[in-house]
Ligand binder design. Structure first.
Ligand code: SF4
Length: 397
């Protein structure tokens, strides 16, 4: 790529407001932003020459100063159960993973927000890869663009082909902690929900966080997407071992912040999802279910139980079916809505918690994991502290 090309503005990740500002800086009206947004995100066009309702002079000007550049797909795998996974190259020598999970008339895309993750939850394959950097907004929405294109969901306006609506839901639950990449994640989610782009309802776009409380406290200022909390433990002692950021922002602080977020939603009856990954003999006992019920007694939640998916470098084991059903029944008896996430995409290593990609690790954590075979929980906590969870958060507004 020449130095002239690298200086071009990538329009793929610009929200409607940012694209409008870009056109206004060229002396063009706001409606140009709507036109171009539709070409990119509804028609899947990445060549200005094809934007036939834009004047030839403007198209030529755009070609000189801007580009529509999605990250490169390195591989695509289809599971026997319909799950699809992509390995996507991002600049800096790393690759991230994105997964599509069909379920009846719903199709959920699990999108990554960072290259690796700095937080190192002990049951998560991504954490073992270390961390490289935040994804740009173009790299985040680029995952949606790539998935929709692969299903023929983005097509030129006069196409005779049927436009399947395969991606109906998006969860920011792939590699990385979305709230540590605040601005870019918010821009990308705005594009997901924008009527002139993907038009996905705010109830069908979910941000999942392990608990970066200062950023969560600001989230309602800029969006009202659905919220999921990666809880995984019913008390601080256990959660400190599984999710090291809990030492900084313990459960009570996290749930208070999440409740405030839900209370600020304009529509009533919104509930947050509690994600609870279940590991045998770790957090799957009846007393854990009792504690969880007590903890969530006054919180508007639905609970999603996720059987742990084993991966290399992890000592944890999948919960037994008996323990899972017993745990679920205790919560059901207390009046909670409780779902169990079926493991999908096992045959292509696309199941929850298994996303690894290829991270050019800046933290050297992956190297230490490889050398040690395992690390103790205390080492895991120290490694998680390598990157302060507060420092990199860039709040908009
Ligand atoms: S569970 Fe989420 S926050 Fe924790 S290490 Fe994995 S990707 Fe990061």
């Amino acid at each position: 790529m020449s130095s002239t090309e690298t200086a071009k503005t990538n329009l793929l990740g610009l929200s409607l407001d940012k694209l409008a500002a870009f056109f206004e800086s060229l002396g063009e009206k706001r409606f140009r932003a709507v036109q171009v947004l539709k070409w990119i995100h509804q028609n899947g066009v990445d060549d200005f020459a094809q934007m036939t309702n834009v004047s030839k002079a403007l198209r030529e000007k755009l070609a000189g100063i801007a580009e529509i550049s999605a990250p490169e797909v390195l591989g695509q795998w289809d599971s026997a159960d319909g799950t699809r996974k992509w390995l996507i190259r991002v600049s800096g020598g790393s690759a991230i993973e994105t997964v599509y999970i069909p379920d009846g008339d719903r199709g959920t895309l699990c999108v990554s927000s960072q290259v690796g993750c700095s937080l190192d939850c002990s049951f998560c394959a991504t954490g073992k890869q270390g961390f490289n950097r935040d994804l740009t907004a173009a790299e985040i929405i680029g995952q949606v663009w790539i998935a929709c294109k692969s299903f023929g969901q983005l097509q030129p306006p006069k196409s005779k082909q049927e436009r399947p609506r395969k991606v109906t839901n998006v969860v920011m639950m792939g590699m990385g902690e979305p709230l540590l990449n605040f601005d870019n994640v918010v821009d990308a989610m705005n594009l997901m929900m924008e009527d002139n782009a993907y038009g996905i309802s705010k109830r069908r776009v979910t941000l999942s966080t392990s608990g970066v409380v200062p950023a969560l406290d600001r989230l309602a200022d800029v969006t009202d997407v659905s919220l999921a909390i990666s809880l995984h433990a019913p008390n601080d002692e256990l959660r400190n071992q599984l999710v090291p950021i809990n030492k900084k922002y313990p459960i009570a602080m996290l749930l208070d912040s999440a409740k405030r977020y839900i209370e600020r939603m304009p529509d009533t009856h919104r509930k947050m999802t509690i994600e609870y990954t279940m590991m045998r003999e770790v957090n799957d006992r009846p007393e854990h279910a009792e504690q969880l019920a007590e903890l969530l007694r006054d919180v508007p939640v639905k609970i999603n139980l996720i059987p742990f998916n084993p991966f290399e470098l992890s000592d944890y084991q999948r919960v037994s079916n008996n323990a899972l059903r017993r745990f679920q029944q205790i919560l059901l008896d207390k009046g909670f809505t409780v779902t169990v996430r079926t493991t999908r995409g096992d045959d292509i290593a696309a199941a929850c918690g298994q996303l690894a990609g290829s991270v050019n690790d800046r933290t050297r954590r992956s190297e230490r994991y490889r050398d040690a075979g395992r690390v103790t929980s205390r080492e895991g906590e120290l490694l998680a502290e390598e990157r302060s969870p507060e420092q990199p958060v860039r709040i908009v507004g």
